[in-house]
Design a protein around this ligand. Structure first.
Ligand code: GRF
Length: 209
C-alpha cells in the first residue's frame, strides 16, 4: 500500500513513519510528500531520502499559483496513493480531496480531541490552552479528516499526564514523543486491516493478538 504524507514543518512524525516503513514495522511505502512550505525540514528529509516532493498550495506570492485541488487529486491517483497522512500540515484540506479519499485521510493533533482543537489552535498554543484549562491529561489524537479543522471521527488517542510546573514546551515534548509511537501503530493497524467500524459508525482499532 502507498502513502502520501503532508507536512508544513520539521516533519518528525513523517520521519518516524518513513523509518517504520523502512524497518518493516509498517508494511507500507511513502510515495509522495506534500508540503505548503517547500524548504521545511520535512521536505528536506524527503528529498534526501529520494521521496518526491510536491508543493501544495503554493504561496500566493509565487509567480504561478500551482496545482488546483482537483489536479492534486489527479497527482495522488497517478502515484497510486491509498492513504493520506497529515503530519503537522497546517492548511485546510480541500473538499475535493476529502471526497476523493473518503475515510482515507488521517490527521494527528497534539491534544485530546474534541477539546483543544479547531482553527487557530495549533503548535504551542494547544499546549498552553491545555495547561490553562487545568486538565490533568493531554495526549495525541489521530482522527479522520473531514472538511473542517480537527472535527473528523477520532480513531486513536493516548494519554500523557500533566505534571506540576509543566510548561507548554515540556508538555509538547512529551506529547510529541507519544505522537511518534501512536502514528506508527495506527498506520500498522491500517495495513493489517485492524480498523473495525462499530455499528454506530465509530472506528476502533483491534489490538494484535
Ligand atoms: C505535531 O505536534 C502534530 O500533532 C501537529 O504538528 C506537530 C508536527 O510535528 N499537528 P512534526 O512536524 O511531525 O515534528
Amino acid at each position: 500500500k502507498k502513502l502520501a504524507v503532508f507536512v508544513s514543518g520539521g516533519g518528525s512524525n513523517f520521519r518516524k513513519i518513513h523509518e517504520g516503513c523502512s524497518d518493516g514495522s509498517v508494511n507500507g511505502d511513502v510515495v509522495l510528500l506534500v508540503t505548503n512550505k517547500k524548504d521545511c525540514g520535512g521536505a528536506e528529509y524527503a528529498r534526501s531520502n529520494g521521496i518526491p516532493v510536491l508543493v501544495f498550495p503554493k504561496a500566493k506570492r509565487e509567480p504561478s499559483h500551482g496545482l488546483s485541488p482537483s489536479e492534486l487529486v489527479d497527482v495522488l491517483r497517478k502515484y497510486g496513493v491509498d492513504f493520506v497522512l497529515l503530519a503537522g500540515y497546517l492548511k485546510l484540506i480541500p473538499f475535493e480531496l476529502v471526497q476523493a479519499f473518503p475515510k482515507r485521510i488521517l490527521n494527528i493533533h497534539p491534544a485530546l480531541l474534541p477539546a483543544f482543537g479547531g482553527k487557530g489552535l495549533y503548535g504551542i498554543r494547544v499546549h498552553k490552552a491545555v495547561l490553562e484549562s487545568g486538565a490533568r491529561y493531554s495526549g495525541p489524537s489521530i482522527h479522520f479528516v473531514d472538511e473542517e479543522y480537527d472535527t473528523g471521527q477520532i480513531l486513536a488517542q493516548s494519554a500523557v499526564r500533566v505534571i506540576a510546573n509543566d510548561t507548554p514546551e515540556e508538555l509538547a515534548k512529551r506529547v510529541l514523543h507519544e505522537e511518534h509511537k501512536l502514528y506508527v501503530e495506527v498506520v500498522a493497524a491500517i495495513w493489517e486491516e485492524r480498523i473495525k467500524w462499530r455499528e454506530d459508525g465509530v472506528p476502533l482499532i483491534q489490538s494484535k493478538e
